[in-house]
Design a protein around this ligand. Structure first.
Ligand SMILES: NC(=O)c1ccc[n+]([C@@H]2O[C@H](COP(=O)([O-])OP(=O)(O)OC[C@H]3O[C@@H](n4cnc5c(N)ncnc54)[C@H](O)[C@@H]3O)[C@@H](O)[C@H]2O)c1
Length: 432
C-alpha cells in the first residue's frame, strides 16, 4: 500500500532529480532545511496516561516529527495531555476517543500504542492494515494467538514495527550478549531471572462503582469480557488481571526473559515448561495473577528459571535481575549494572554500568528505520512476540498445573486444558 509518506518521498526524489542547482550556488549559499518536507513524520498516540506518553516524549525529540493526534478513552487524561503537548511542541493535537477514526487520517504515519496489553493486537493490526508504522508497548500481546496475528500483520502490510523492549537498544545489554558469546563463563548450566515488586499486590481494593465521568469504559474493556467498573482493576492496576495482562511475568518478564533468551541464543520453544504460582505473600491479594510464581523452562543443555514474589528484595541485593551461572563464574545483571563474579582463577572480576539512554535510543532506532524503511528494528515484532509467548506459556503452566510443551508449528500444547488459553475469546463486535 502506498502511504502519504511513500508518495511524498517518491515525489520529492523526482523533484530533486529535476532541480539543477546553478554552479555559483553549489556548496555555498544553498542551505537545506534540517528535515525535508518528505521526511516529516506525523505521529499519533493511542493510550496517553503513562508509558505511551513517555514513548511519545522521546519520539518527539527527533527532528521532523510532529504529534498530530492523541487518542484516549479517558477525556480528562486526553485534555491534560493535549494541553501539555501544545505547551511542549507548540501545536494542539487533534483528539480522539476511538482509535479507528484516528486511523482513517491519511496524514498519520506512525501510531504509538500505550494502552493496556489486551488492546495491543487489535490496534496494532488495524494500524498496520491502514498503512501506519507502529511503536507498540510490551508485552506484544495478551495471548499467544494475538502474538502470531501481529507477526503476520507486520509481514503482510510491510510496516516498520518496534516493540517497547528498550533494553535491546542499551549498550550495556549488548555488552552482556558479547560477553556471554565470548564463552568466558564456561558452560552455562542455569539462568535465573527474578522480578520482586510489591505493586503485584492489591491490598485495599475499591468496590465496584459507577464509571467516572469522561471515561468510555466499554471502549477500555474493548475485546475483554463485559464487567462493572472497579478502580482497582483500571488504570495501572489492570496488569494483575488475566483479561488485560499477565502479572509480573508479562510486565517485567518480557524485558528480562528477552535478555535470558538472547543471551542463550534461544530460537525456539523450550523442551518443557513447569510452573507453580499463587498469592502466597498476601492471600487476601485482590489481584488474580500470582504474587508468588516460579516457572522452569527446560532446554536440553540448561535451565532458565523465572521467579517473582511481592517482597522487594532479592539475590545480590537486587530486587530484579538475571544471573547466568557458568562453570567459570557468574554474570549478574540488571538495568543498573553488570558484574562478573569469578569462580576460581579462570575469569577476571569485572563490572559495567549503563552508558546510554536506552529508551531514547530505542525511539531513535525506530525513527531511523521508519525513514529508511528498514524492517529490522532493534526489537521487531518477531522478537517481541517470541518473548511474550514465553511469558504466556509460563502463566498457562502455572494456571493449569501441567507440564507443557508448546508445538509452535501446529500452535497447540496437545492438551485441551492448556489450549483454551491460546486464543482469547473477543467480546462482540471485536474480532481477532
Ligand atoms: N517499556 C516499558 O518499560 C514499559 C513500562 C511501563 C508500561 N509499559 C507498557 O505500556 C502499556 C501501558 O501501560 P501503562 O502503565 O501506561 O498503563 P496505564 O493504565 O497507566 O495507561 C493506559 C492508557 O491507555 C488508555 N486506554 C485504554 N484503552 C484504550 C483504548 N481502547 N483507546 C485509547 N486509549 C485507551 C487508558 O485510558 C490510559 O490512559 C502496557 O502495555 C505496559 O506493559 C511498558
Amino acid at each position: 500500500m502506498t502511504t502519504r509518506r511513500d508518495f511524498l518521498r517518491q515525489s520529492a526524489s523526482a523533484l530533486t532529480a529535476s532541480i539543477i542547482i546553478p554552479q555559483a550556488l553549489r556548496g555555498k549559499t544553498f542551505i537545506a532545511p534540517a528535515v525535508s518536507a518528505s521526511d516529516q513524520l506525523n505521529v499519533a498516540l493511542v493510550g496517553c496516561k503513562s508509558m505511551g506518553w513517555y514513548d511519545l516524549e522521546d519520539i518527539m525529540h527527533h527532528p521532523g516529527v510532529n504529534c498530530v493526534a492523541l487518542c484516549d478513552i479517558d477525556r480528562g487524561i486526553l485534555e491534560n495531555r493535549a494541553a501539555e503537548a501544545e505547551k511542549k511542541w507548540g501545536r494542539r493535537p487533534d483528539l480522539y476517543g476511538d482509535y479507528r477514526q484516528m486511523l482513517e487520517r491519511q496524514d498519520v504515519d506512525i501510531v504509538v500504542i500505550g494502552t493496556p496489553d489486551h488492546w495491543h493486537c487489535k490496534i496494532m493490526t488495524d494500524a498496520c492494515s491502514a498503512g501506519k508504522d507502529v511503536y507498540v508497548e510490551k508485552p506484544a500481546a495478551n495471548s499467544i494467538a494475538e502474538c502470531d496475528a501481529m507477526v503476520e500483520a507486520q509481514k503482510r502490510y510491510g510496516r516498520v514495527v518496534q516493540v517497547g523492549q528498550q533494553q535491546r537498544s542499551s549498550q550495556m545489554w549488548h555488552e552482556m550478549k558479547h560477553y556471554i558469546d565470548s564463552g568466558q563463563l564456561g558452560r552455562i548450566a542455569r539462568v535465573n531471572v527474578w522480578a520482586n515488586f510489591s505493586y503485584a499486590a492489591i491490598l485495599h481494593p475499591a468496590a465496584d462503582g459507577p464509571v467516572p465521568e469522561g471515561v468510555d469504559f466499554d471502549m477500555w474493556l474493548g475485546p475483554a469480557p463485559k464487567r462493572s467498573f472497579n478502580a482497582s482493576r483500571f488504570h495501572g492496576a489492570w496488569r494483575m488481571f488475566w483479561d488485560y495482562g499477565g502479572g509480573l511475568l508479562t510486565d517485567w518478564g518480557v524485558h528480562l526473559l528477552d535478555m535470558a533468551l538472547w543471551g542463550m541464543d534461544v530460537k525456539g520453544m523450550p523442551r518443557r515448561v513447569v510452573a507453580s504460582g499463587d498469592n502466597h505473600a498476601y492471600p487476601e491479594n485482590f489481584a488474580e495473577t500470582f504474587d508468588t510464581l516460579t516457572v522452569l523452562y527446560e532446554f536440553p543443555d540448561y535451565l532458565i528459571q523465572w521467579n517473582n514474589v511481592t517482597i522487594e528484595s532479592g539475590p545480590y541485593g537486587k530486587n530484579y535481575g538475571l544471573e547466568f551461572k557458568g562453570t567459570n563464574g557468574t554474570l549478574v545483571v540488571n538495568r543498573e549494572g553488570m558484574e562478573v563474579i569469578p569462580l576460581g582463577d579462570k575469569l577476571e572480576a569485572r563490572t559495567w554500568k549503563p552508558t546510554n539512554n536506552e529508551h531514547l535510543d530505542h525511539t531513535t532506532n525506530f525513527i531511523d528505520c521508519v525513514r529508511s524503511r528498514n524492517m529490522q528494528t532493534a526489537c521487531p515484532i518477531t522478537n517481541g512476540a517470541f518473548c511474550a509467548k514465553y511469558a504466556h506459556i509460563g502463566n498457562i503452566a502455572a494456571r493449569t498445573h501441567l507440564s507443557l510443551t508448546y508445538d509452535e508449528r501446529k500452535r497447540t500444547f496437545h492438551d485441551k486444558a492448556a489450549d483454551r488459553f491460546i486464543i482469547p475469546e473477543y467480546r462482540k463486535p471485536w474480532k481477532l
